[in-house]
Design a protein around this ligand. Structure first.
Ligand code: URP
Ligand code: ZN
Ligand code: ZN
Length: 455
């Protein structure tokens, strides 16, 4: 299969230039001009940007959570991904007491092999060390191509939290085996204390979700994770950072030369905690919650200076009726929101409006996640890379509506958001999967991304 994308402006993490791309057998095999068009599918990208597909390094598809399962399975979630220019998703399979890492991953891989419409990789959440057997499996997991493990410092009652001793064991074993540890940082004991108090006082609206886990609750756990990673000199990736104090601590640790990476999400860049005062505030309930304006300003500043490494979504949508379980008690609201289809359009629209450069958005959403997590074939428009390509129209106006999304959920926190510019075509390894508003891919096209460990 030969594909030529011509006359577009190629955007990488470091440069933008006009050139044509020749794709053969799913790979970018040449970049230049005047390629022989015999037998080729030729796509004219005049006036458009040609970008590497985004890598959403944080999704929860078909995830059992909050008394239900997240609304997008692998088919719906990756169909939506394709339509938003995301060509690889990183999902988070959940290891549970008594089960192994490879076993956990393979159960999910089976689902993906049938359903995934874009490529996929896994970070494995570790919730129990099984008397140490899990640590012995890290090396096998890395050889398998799963080179990152996630620890929750929160969700104690849900049986997902690891204590500090377990965290340090994981940090050390990850370092030894060439893996990296991802952390969800919030302080569970303070959250529980606050929840108990608010419920006793009859304070049950979504606003109290925020007040039970405000800035300092995240900051303490961020700093604790950073402290342990620094102490044992292990790599650390802080997921979905939303608070200024923790962010500043992470930036300071990075500047001191520690191997620390920072992820934030579009919802923290767009919304503040004020959304929890809205009538539909429960739809915005995710953890960590959106924070105040100062935190949001700090996130944007860190995006601009280069201190934040990645933007990913934490895509974990639930249906309205499930969010409604918490109408009269915020603790019953399943945590999580939709975003996989909005990540690249939102960030690229920010570039189109001059808030960031297009190169920086490519760096945050494609190049850096590929580099940090060992996706050697992805993350750039360059010869030898997978032909994961997005054609982007800077002139197209788009309003996000539940009716023009491609997931299975029934509402979105992004409803009514106006974007300047929008992806018009997405290719996964040279296969067209999205064409001007329509999903044109197929389930099962997505392949497992076998990642390289850290050297
Ligand atoms: O609210 C969220 N973020 N739900 C998904 C699970 C997690 O904490 O990442
Ligand atoms: Zn999390
Ligand atoms: Zn998450």
């Amino acid at each position: 299969m030969k594909l030529i994308i011509k006359n577009g402006t190629i955007v990488t993490q470091s440069e933008s230039y006009k050139a044509d791309i020749l794709v053969e057998d799913g790979k970018i095999c040449a970049i230049g001009t005047a390629f022989n068009e015999d037998g080729a599918n030729v796509v004219d990208a005049s006036g458009k940007l040609v970008l590497p597909g985004a890598i959403d390094a944080h999704t929860h598809l078909a995830m059992p959570f909050g008394g239900t399962v997240s609304a997008d399975n692998y088919l719906a979630g990756t169909r939506a991904a394709a339509c938003g220019g995301v060509t690889t998703v990183f999902d988070y399979p959940m290891q549970r007491k008594g089960s192994g890492i490879i076993e956990t991953i393979e159960a999910r891989k089976e689902m993906c092999d049938e359903e995934a419409c874009v490529d996929y990789a896994f970070h494995c959440c570790i919730t129990d060390l099984n008397d140490g057997a899990i640590l012995d499996e890290f090396k096998d997991a890395v050889d398998y191509g799963v080179t990152s493990f996630k620890c929750f410092l929160v969700y104690k009652k849900e049986g997902m939290m690891v204590d500090d001793g377990t965290l340090v064991k994981i940090l050390l074993k990850a370092k030894e085996t060439g893996a990296i540890t991802n952390i969800h940082a919030e302080n569970p004991d303070v959250i529980d204390l606050n929840i108990e108090k608010f419920l006793k006082e009859g304070k049950t609206s979504a606003w109290y979700h925020y007040l039970s886990r405000p800035e300092f609750v995240e900051a303490e756990a961020d700093k604790r994770a950073i402290h342990w990673a620094k102490s044992v000199d292990a790599p650390l990736y802080l997921v979905h950072m939303a608070d200024k104090e923790g962010l500043e601590a992470a930036i300071a640790a990075k500047m001191d030369g520690n191997d620390i990476y920072i992820e934030t999400c579009p919802q923290y860049l767009e919304f503040t905690c004020d959304v929890y005062k809205r009538e539909d505030g429960r739809n915005f309930v995710c953890s960590p919650p959106m924070k105040g304006q100062e935190s949001q300003d700090a996130l944007w500043k860190a995006l601009k200076t280069g201190a934040i490494d990645t933007v990913a979504t934490d895509h974990c949508p639930f249906q309205s009726y499930e969010k409604d379980w918490g109408k009269d008690d915020f603790t019953k609201i399943p945590n999580g929101c939709a975003g996989v289809e909005n990540l690249y359009p939102y960030m690229l629209s920010a570039a189109n409006e001059g808030k960031l450069s297009f190169n920086r958005v490519v760096e945050l959403c494609s190049f850096n996640p590929a580099k940090i997590f060992g996706c050697t074939e992805k993350g750039s428009i360059a010869v030898g890379k997978d032909a994961d390509i997005v054609i982007y129209d800077t002139e197209k106006e788009f309003t996000i509506l539940i009716d023009n999304m491609h997931s299975d959920y029934d509402h979105t926190i992004w409803e009514g958001k106006k974007l300047h510019g929008y992806p018009v075509m997405t290719y996964v390894r040279g296969n067209l999967v999205y064409d001007n508003g329509e999903f044109v891919g197929k389930p099962g096209l997505g392949e497992f991304v076998k990642r390289e460990g850290r050297k």
